[in-house]
Design a protein around this ligand. Structure first.
Ligand code: FAD
Ligand code: DHB
Length: 385
């Protein structure tokens, strides 16, 4: 079997890459170890930058997102007993975010690939990469797929990054002393916009998916187990952390999904080796506080598509050679913003009283200085694409 681009992983990065390549007349095969049902149900991110929205619309996979996605023009920072809105329409005019679940993006992309006759294989076993320096190929479940280029879109725990010879990559990493417990609940959102709440009990985030489905996150210990978090405890803790301003009542409902996500910052440099190109979580991870993970994956894929297009049209590897450098500027901006939002809003057990006062003072600055609020807003809505 032969294809131009062998893609490992049917997350947002792999599926979008396959679709964008198809639009340029470039063939690909996507190999995914999980089932279609599993990847379509995996609940993760929800905030799309304008650049991500534009990319999906231009690629013809944005219709449902435009119909069902919720466009937001601000977020609230809640701390010290009051809420402070960061007004995007004033600080970054014309730029907004769209709240639309990652698994809906994945469903839309899978539907588009299959409708176009794309080759997306689910439940594929033992994917391995070979001969990365020249004439690369993939093996899986007893089959061989010869490729001109391989795209490693297999997330943080995938096999493509570890297949790069040791010593070729430099890793930059930071772990955080907490995790996020995320839930999806059948209840109307209690707020029109997202609320990022910092309390002495820890951080909480109120997000949403639709007028009848809400999404919440709680800062929990890094080793937290779902067994320790029965539904009543989750609601009690969300109430304690979100009902921190006068007059705000959190509506509760049936919890339909729960999960714990570790928090880490991670970058592997460069994002390429030989004929293997890493995109999305395979190359970098951000803590979710800045809502950047999915958007970075889409940005990488856009850069890689242009580079592959030039390569297959003209034989020039100029853009491919510069792929990693072209991505890393945005990656590191998002790394800093995500780290900054995380340290601004979470409680750190190691912090003493001085550290906690500094954090509150910084929050006061961000919510009272237009320059500081603009920094937050322009990073949150995303760098221009
Ligand atoms: P992924 O979505 O991880 O896709 C990789 C795909 O590769 C998966 O389908 C996987 O099954 C497949 N794969 C892995 N190994 C192999 C293999 N050996 N062979 C074949 N296929 C393989 N970001 C936010 O902004 N907000 C959030 O709330 C948020 N929550 C998250 C919760 C969790 C549990 C995780 C893991 C991430 C979360 N993120 C969040 C980050 C965001 O979801 C990711 O940045 C985004 O999924 C990246 O897309 P991707 O396609 O690069 O990787
Ligand atoms: C969501 C996730 C995030 O990480 C975030 O910062 C905002 C919203 C969400 O899943 O809706």
């Amino acid at each position: 079997m032969r294809t131009q681009v062998g893609i490992i992983g049917a997350g947002p990065a792999g599926l979008l890459l396959s679709h964008l390549l198809h639009l340029r007349g470039i063939s690909s095969v996507v190999l995914e170890r999980r089932s279609r049902d599993y990847v379509e149900r995996r609940v993760r991110a929800g905030v799309l930058e304008q650049g991500t929205v534009d990319t999906l619309v231009e690629a013809g996979v944005g219709d449902r997102m435009l119909r069902e996605g919720l466009v937001h023009h601000g977020i609230e920072l809640r701390y010290g007993g009051s809420g402070h809105r960061i007004p995007f329409e004033k600080l970054v005019p014309g730029r907004a975010i769209t709240v639309y679940g990652q698994q809906e993006v994945v469903k839309d992309l899978i539907a588009a690939r299959l409708e176009a006759g794309g080759d997306v294989r689910f439940e594929v076993e033992d994917v391995e990469v070979h001969s990365l320096e020249a004439a690369p190929y993939l093996t899986f479940g007893g089959e061989r797929l010869d490729c001109e280029v391989i795209a490693g879109c297999d997330g943080f725990h995938g096999i493509s990054r570890p297949a790069i010879p040791s010593g070729e990559l430099t890793y930059f990493e930071r772990e955080y002393p907490f995790a996020w417990l995320g839930i999806l609940a059948r209840v109307a959102p209690s707020s029109e916009e997202l609320i990022y709440s910092r309390t002495e009990r820890g951080f909480a985030l109120h997000s949403m998916r639709s007028p009848t489905i809400s999404r919440f996150y709680l800062q929990v210990p890094p080793d937290a187990s779902l067994d320790d978090w029965p539904d009543e405890r989750i609601w009690a803790e969300l109430k304690a952390r979100l009902e921190s301003v006068p007059g705000f009542t959190l509506s509760t409902g049936e919890i339909v999904e729960k999960g714990v996500t570790p928090m880490r910052s991670f970058v592997a440099e460069p994002m390429q080796y030989g004929r293997l190109y890493l995109a999305g979580d395979a190359a970098h991870i951000v803590p979710p506080t800045g809502a950047k993970g999915l958007n970075l994956a889409v940005a990488d894929v856009r850069v890689l598509t242009e580079a592959l297009d030039l390569f297959f049209r003209t034989g020039s590897a100029e853009l491919l050679d510069g792929y990693s450098a072209a991505c890393l500027k945005r990656v590191w901006r998002a790394q800093h913003f995500s780290w900054w939002m995380t340290t601004l809003l979470h409680t750190f057990e190691s912090d003493d009283a001085y550290g906690r006062r500094l954090q509150l003072s910084y929050l006061d600055y961000v919510t009272s200085s237009e320059a500081a609020a603009t920094t937050l807003a322009e990073n949150y809505v995303g760098m221009p694409w």
